[in-house]
Design a protein around this ligand. Structure first.
Ligand SMILES: C[S@@+](CC[C@H](N)C(=O)[O-])C[C@H]1O[C@@H](n2cnc3c(N)ncnc32)[C@H](O)[C@@H]1O
Length: 389
């Protein structure tokens, strides 16, 4: 999208066209474009069809709001999904009404959530089109009143007089993903220094951030949504104080680190618990295992086992029926006897390719099962079971 595209889309003709394209099937693009070009200018039709496709993709992150929002392909890809942004915005709002500087605002995934949480937002981005998009998005959602957009390099202007500071550095360039935090834009060290001045301050980072890179005194929070780890955020907050936290959306269950030692290793019990990815990334398997009165199947593997079924948001329980040394023939024979046709393969600490395994086993039958390929006390092992009820 170019700034001109956005301008014509925001004009009355563009609005009418976009409204008419809601729910449009992209497979019909060609026929629809031909028909619409009889009424509308070709550049407007092209811009509206592209925007409609982006809105349809955007629904995965923004739900029904996406139908009214504007996206650039990069802006959509880099934006924070609404569930995660809302969670973070609630924490900013809990701090008080001081407003937030959203440094590197992109198309506004975070800005929208902050505005919805009732906070005034100064949104800064150096890309003029992106600035126009964040403004259009806030206006389209009826949230524009409390938004100030500043088109500038954040390293030139900083957070101004806002109490809260949020920084989401670009971790991609035109050439792809950037792995060196000092090659982020702005560099991570700048983002951390800016956020450290906020009350509170926060920096969104990749979930793979090494624990050693978390500044002393900051809280590191790993966030998953629907079981997938989405991001980590480093909080500078008088109340944070060096804590590690795993937050699971949509429930919002949040597990705090207490610096527990590694859980004990014990024989496989009746249940195997697969900790949520956020719990694993936050190194809080010991905290989850303590709640479950469980131990590890192996000192190097994040599977927790216990004799009893405890309800927990932090791990998915499976009831284990068989514990066998890893052996493809035996697994095949066992699944045949049990008439298992639907096999879910999970693995941790095993080099086996699940797809290859399924191909070689060719499961057949009316029943389903889950096999865990893992190590138990160092030995390659297969655990057969099913989700516990
Ligand atoms: C990861 S995206 C932000 C996504 C946003 N939080 C959202 O949810 O939509 C990063 C943004 O930072 C902007 N950016 C990168 N370096 C910048 C700088 N030095 N000053 C201002 N903006 C910058 C990019 O233009 C991009 O829009």
């Amino acid at each position: 999208m170019t700034p001109e595209d956005l301008e014509i889309l925001l004009a009355p003709g563009g609005q009418e066209l976009l409204a008419g394209l809601r729910g449009h099937d992209p497979a019909d693009d060609l026929a629809v474009a031909t028909r619409l070009r009889r009424t509308y200018e070709a550049p407007l039709v092209a811009a509206a069809l592209t925007q409609t496709r982006l809105r349809q993709r955007g629904a995965a992150k923004f739900g029904a709001d996406a139908e009214r929002m504007y996206f650039t392909p990069h802006g959509l890809e880099q934006s924070t999904r609404a569930s995660v942004a809302d969670h973070r915005a609630r924490r900013f709002a809990a701090y008080g009404p001081g407003g937030v500087a959203d440094l590197c605002c992109g198309v506004g995934g975070d800005a929208i959530a902050l505005l919805r949480a009732g906070l005034a937002v100064t949104a800064v981005d150096r890309d003029p089109l992106t600035c126009a998009v964040v403004r259009a998005n806030a206006d389209a959602l009826g949230l524009g009143e409390q938004l100030e957009v500043v088109c500038a390099d954040v390293t030139d202007i900083g957070a101004g007089d806002r109490d809260g500071v949020f920084v989401d550095p670009a971790r991609r360039t035109a050439r792809g993903r950037v792995f060196d935090p000092e090659a982020y834009s702005p560099p991570l060290s700048w983002a951390l220094a800016a956020a450290a001045k906020g009350a509170p301050g926060a920096v969104k980072v990749a979930p793979g951030i090494p624990h050693e890179a978390v500044p002393e005194g900051a809280e590191a929070e790993w966030i998953s949504d629907g079981g997938d780890v989405k991001e980590a955020v480093l909080w500078f907050d008088a109340r944070a104080g060096g804590v590690r936290r795993a937050t699971l959306l949509p429930s919002g269950a949040t597990l705090l680190g207490r610096g527990l030692p590694d859980p004990p290793v014990r024989p496989v019990g009746r249940y195997l618990y697969e900790p949520d990815g956020a719990v694993i990334r936050a190194h809080l398997v010991a905290e989850a295992a303590e709640e479950l009165d469980g131990g590890l199947v192996d000192p190097t593997i994040a599977y927790v086992t216990a004799d009893e079924l405890h309800p927990t948001p932090y791990a998915t329980p499976y009831e284990i029926t068989d514990v066998l040394p890893f052996n493809l023939k035996r697994l095949k024979a066992l699944l045949r006897t049990r008439e298992v046709g639907t096999l879910t393969v999970k693995k941790r600490g095993s080099a086996v390719d699940p797809e290859d395994l399924r191909r070689r086993i060719r499961p057949q039958g009316p029943h389903s099962a889950t096999v865990f390929l893992t190590r138990v006390a160092g030995a390659p092992t297969m655990l057969l079971g099913q989700p516990a009820r």
